[in-house]
Design a protein around this ligand. Structure first.
Ligand code: SF4
Length: 286
């Protein structure tokens, strides 16, 4: 009998347009019940990526067509050198900060605007809010998460940013219901979104078994357009950060552009029909 690896489909990366930098694998101030990361529940972890590793990766990818660098985590803004890494990355391309928003108050939003103004590239924000109803959101993300996120959105909007709201569709609602309700709620915080500013991603159910009959059609997977840099090396996508099944190499000097779709995460990606972590810039209605 063939092993599942032999049967799984192999995907080749088309372009390295998205460089994800995992600022920390486990440091987060929120422990959302539906998160795909397995957090150590009661231990404070400090596993931050070294700024020298980031510098090296930026040098090694100099010839690649990077369109956006994503600062991810766990919670990227817990990194003690967050500002320095942000400035470094902005010298190279637009930077997307993927955050729960809890570290963004008015002062921080003003500061981030100043940092952006000093650069020729843009700062983009992805703020995680998983439901437009505060109670339902906080049930999975923790008490106070909703307010922290919407206040971050409000402060960012005040300084001219247009954050993308990332909704993990834990409650399986239709896109139109989510959009209409998010639009209504956020307008109360002086933020008026169009459909491009709401990214709905499927919830990854960790209890779901991997099916060997995984079928992939050319649907725009994150592993086709990006790679993740972590303190442990280079991986196929944020789902597979630090997972041996997604390992692509120890650095960008010599990394593989191929990966096999052999995990339950891949099934979640394929069901999304679009990139889950990367931004589809062509969808923006300017
Ligand atoms: S989890 Fe998704 S992005 Fe990662 S390797 Fe599988 S299909 Fe590709």
């Amino acid at each position: 009998m063939k092993s599942s690896v032999c049967q799984s489909e192999i995907v080749s990366m088309k372009n390295l347009n998205n460089l994800f930098i995992e600022m920390t694998a486990k440091s987060c101030n929120q422990h959302c019940s539906h998160c795909y990361i397995d957090f150590p529940k009661y231990k404070k972890v400090e596993d931050f990526i070294n700024i020298e590793t980031v510098k090296q990766a930026l040098n090694d990818t100099m010839c690649e067509d990077i369109k956006c660098i994503y600062l991810t985590g766990a919670e990227p803004m817990t990194h003690p050198d967050f500002n320095a890494i942000l400035r470094l990355c902005l010298k190279r391309s637009d930077v997307c900060i993927c955050t729960n928003g809890s570290f963004i108050n008015e002062k921080k939003a003003r500061f981030l605007k100043k940092v952006e103004d000093e650069s020729s590239n843009e700062i983009i924000f992805k703020i995680s809010i998983d439901h437009y109803n505060e109670e339902k959101n906080d049930y999975i993300r923790g008490r106070g998460a909703f307010r922290q996120a919407v206040f971050a959105v409000k402060h960012l909007a005040k300084y001219g940013f247009m954050p993308i709201i990332v909704c993990t569709n834990y409650y399986c609602e239709t896109p139109s219901v989510l959009f209409e309700n998010f639009q209504e709620i956020l307008s109360k915080y002086s933020y008026y979104i169009n459909s491009s500013h709401l990214q709905i991603v499927p919830w990854h159910d960790k209890t779901k078994e991997f099916s060997e009959n995984i079928k992939y059609e050319n649907s725009g997977l994150d592993c086709q357009y990006g790679r993740v840099l972590t303190s442990q090396g280079v991986y196929a996508c944020p789902f597979l950060s630090d997972d041996y099944r997604g390992r692509c190499g120890s650095s960008f000097k010599n990394y593989t552009k191929r990966c096999s779709l052999e995990t339950a995460f891949c099934q979640t990606c394929i069901s999304a029909k679009n990139q889950i972590f990367g931004i589809n810039f062509s969808s923006f209605e300017i």
